[in-house]
Design a protein around this ligand. Sequence first.
Ligand SMILES: *Cc1c(COP(=O)(O)O)cnc(C)c1O
Length: 349
Amino acid sequence: MKVAFTSDNIAGASDSVWQAMMKASQGDAMPYGNDDTTAEVTTMLSALFECDVDVFLVSTGTAANVLSISAMTPPWGSVLCHSESHLLNDESTAPEFYTGGARFVGIGGADAKIDPVMLKKMVNQKVGDVHSCQPSAVSISQVTEVGSVYSLEELRAITHVSKEAGLLVHMDGARFANALLSLDCTPAQMTWKAGVDIVSFGATKNGTMAAEAIVVFNKTLSKELGFRRKRGGHLHSKMRLLSSQMKAYLTDDLWRKNAAHANAMMALLQAGLATISSVKINTPAQANMLFCTLPEGMAEYLLAAGFAFYGGRWEKGVVRLVTSFRTPQEGVEAFIDCARQFEAGTDQG
Ligand SMILES: *Cc1c(COP(=O)(O)O)cnc(C)c1O
């Protein structure tokens, strides 16, 4: 059985999400989020986060990230994020566009996690100097770009440095559910209780068609966000179709079940690959993404066998494997078998 580990957004949407959209599509509902389903989603997310939150639904993760951040920084501000972050590398110039030209500054740190010591050096840089951009916000990716997950202590270290310097904190949670299950903590612990002001609560990669929630804990940012979402062209008139996706995603723990499957498939994949001596695990996967280095020829062998994944973008031999809520277990097993076959073949040769 062949399977693709290209990304988690190659999977479609969960059946109950589609059914909910079809149901929401029947009959009329007030536009622009003035409908019952949108209100219900806010109630559900407030319950989930154990806090009275404001919610802004949008249809892409990029919009969720850049709109959130645009409410946290003036155009002369700087936003500190990891140098490998999606924000810096995979959102074109949307961050600059939506913030009116704020500066995005990459901070280093192992495993694509911001190093709090390096962050501390940057947060007070030239504060009050009109000639320099003013540190305004910090953005953390949870799961990170290499598949690692910040522990609660690591999150608190970042937010502590940020808050001390008066900076707001955003969390890019495109893979929020995968990170949460990995940490085995509550959504509140991983966000506002750890000092996060806004989270981009991702859902598309984990089962919706196109629905992401900007969840606001620091409500002083909400009024501006409302205007910015409309100005930026992301206030959907048929909002209930987005809301119905999010409602289905949050119903009966679909979001947890989907992420639990993706994480379990990654654990299986990683355990299998760890038994193949020529494969090097680069960053141990804590959620549903793994970077590893394959011996020469193995990637080509796997690709020729019909498996799909990204490679050739990083150092020699490095490939990225991502599992989703739909990754079949037999596909994972077949992949490991195929890698083993390759190793056995090269041993003999
Ligand atoms: C996928 C992803 C996003 C959102 O990307 P869109 O393609 O705009 O939906 C944001 N952050 C991270 C870390 C991601 O992996």
